[in-house]
Design a protein around this ligand. Structure first.
Ligand SMILES: Cc1ncc(COP(=O)(O)O)c(C=O)c1O
Length: 496
């Protein structure tokens, strides 16, 4: 099939030409008339053949990319997305932004009496939330501040909270002042605000590969050119990074140096220092997403890039979602002075300010030292799960599965032997009521990979061993049957 012959544009129609082209290409992709990962013609070539302006092609391609039908690869061109895996992507992507996992679980429960075993979600379970303690601080704020608790707050955040955060950071060896702290409505908003403040159309940003799905979505929404740097068990690949720094001028690099999502890997202090040196030498910012360094199961103190930053190149984002309550929508950033104005303006445009009531309540929570008690409890619970899963992995994972165990955090990263698809494994597991997160979710171009992530955030300690044993059996079956879908076989009865 010649692609050009299949596209029908009607210049007499009042519908914009780029939307017509978008519809035509979408149809061809959905009907599998253009196969996944096919390279699309260049803008100039297609404009020429269809006799339209280049901007028509650019707009249609942008629209297709935003809707997940195509992906762009720097230096290589534009390719068709595998829309058959879109279903997988949406299911978990919603989970990563903490939206749909509960629905998923309810659906499964409604259809079967079995309960789903959830190794996919990184959202904490509500039974960990300190509701009674939070009720106390909320009531105290309401009695103390009355209507003021419901006024607009200054965009940078409630001053008393910013001061309390500076004190909290001292134990992490981060010395900063309240003028550098910015309160935000979740780390996701922080990544979005920074992108609005720093990226213009076509600017280059660097990310680790694989990386956090929500960050990829933000950078794409800003039409940034994403360049990926592989991550190894001791942190980012510095040789590849420096090599790419000679060709590209990134606005920033987005990294998670502690218990990286999805791999669980952490940077050595040497790599952290070297990354900061490179940021200084090549003049780019580092966005450090510290979503979880508090969960340190091996109990060695973790360093952060920010605590080592002597050149003011690190933008530090700290979320309380994984260790506290994601629905509070509360996080903060430490911002270099050089970008203060851009960041304040982007925050104001985004939501004016983070909830005044929540900021005031959290301030009291920190001041009354209830926070310390909570973190200790959470750490005890997650360390127990961490130890359990490690034992279970060693006991039940088929030996063909490779992994490097993290030193803490929530995530464990596994590799199937080459040639096996983690998307297919995901589908098989889902059929037997186990959810895992396939590597395609964390790939900038959503390519299917042989890697997958398990998380201990949404599973009780006493479910872990049964879950990993069951998963081990599914994987053994999957490997033996060489990726064939065993729908015709009653796997469930055979195996469990
Ligand atoms: C690495 C990482 N950063 C940021 C977020 C979003 O955090 P928040 O709930 O604070 O917006 C997540 C959520 O899954 C995450 O995994």
């Amino acid at each position: 099939m010649r692609l050009i012959d299949e596209i029908r544009l009607d210049k007499t129609n009042t519908k914009y030409l780029y939307l017509q082209l978008f519809d035509e290409l979408k149809k061809l992709i959905e009907s599998n008339n253009i196969k996944p990962h096919t390279k699309l013609p260049t803008i100039r070539y297609l404009a020429d053949k269809l006799n339209v302006n280049s901007s028509t092609i650019v707009n249609a391609y942008n629209q297709l990319e935003a809707k997940g039908y195509i992906y762009k690869k720097i230096g290589s061109g534009t390719f068709v997305q595998d829309v058959s895996s879109k279903e997988v992507k949406e299911l978990i992507l919603d989970e990563e932004t903490n939206m749909n996992m509960d629905n998923l679980r309810l659906d499964v429960d409604a259809n079967n009496d079995e309960k789903i075993i959830n190794f996919a979600s990184t959202a904490p379970m509500p039974d960990l939330f300190p509701i009674d303690d939070f009720k106390i601080v909320l009531n105290e704020v309401l009695d103390r501040d009355k209507g003021r608790a419901f006024m607009y707050q200054e965009s940078q955040g409630y001053l008393a909270l910013r001061k309390a955060i500076c004190n909290y950071l001292i134990s992490f060896n981060i010395n900063t002042s309240e003028s550098n702290i910015h309160i935000i409505s979740g780390a996701q908003q922080g990544i979005d605000i920074l992108s609005k403040a720093l990226i213009e159309y076509g600017n280059v940003v660097f990310t680790e590969n694989p990386t956090y799905t929500g960050a990829i979505a933000v950078f794409k929404s800003r039409s940034a050119r994403i360049v990926e740097i592989p991550i190894n068990k001791d942190g980012i690949d510095l040789i590849d990074l420096e090599y790419k720094l000679r060709s590209f001028k990134p606005k920033f690099i987005y990294v998670m140096p502690n218990f990286q999502n999805p791999t669980g890997y952490s940077y050595t202090i040497t790599k952290m220092k070297k990354l900061i040196e490179l940021a200084d030498k090549y003049n780019f910012y580092i966005i450090e997403d510290d979503y979880i360094s508090d969960l340190n199961s091996i109990a060695q103190p973790r360093n952060t890039l920010k605590s080592l930053d002597t050149v003011d190149k690190v933008i530090y984002i700290k979320s309380f979602s994984k260790i506290f309550m994601p629905g509070l929508r509360l996080a903060f950033m430490i911002i270099p002075k050089t970008i203060y104005n851009e960041v304040i303006s982007a925050k104001h445009i985004s939501d004016i300010s983070t909830s005044s009531l929540i900021q005031r309540a959290f301030h009291l929570y920190l001041e009354k030292k209830i926070w310390q008690k909570h973190i200790e409890q959470v750490n005890t619970i997650y360390t127990k799960r961490y130890n359990t899963i490690i034992k279970s992995i060693k006991k039940h994972m088929p030996k063909q599965i490779k992994y490097i165990l993290p030193q803490g955090g929530l995530n464990f990263w596994f590799s199937l032997p080459s040639g096996y698809s983690a998307n297919e494994l995901y589908k098989l597991c889902y059929k037997y009521q186990i959810t895992i997160a396939p590597g395609s979710l964390f790939d900038v171009w959503q390519r299917d990979t042989r890697h997958f992530r398990l998380s201990i955030a949404s599973i009780h300690n006493d479910e872990i061993d049964t879950g990993i044993a069951k998963l081990g059996q599914i994987i053994a079956y999957f490997l033996k049957n060489n990726q064939k879908d065993p729908i015709a076989v009653d796997l469930y009865n055979n195996l469990f």
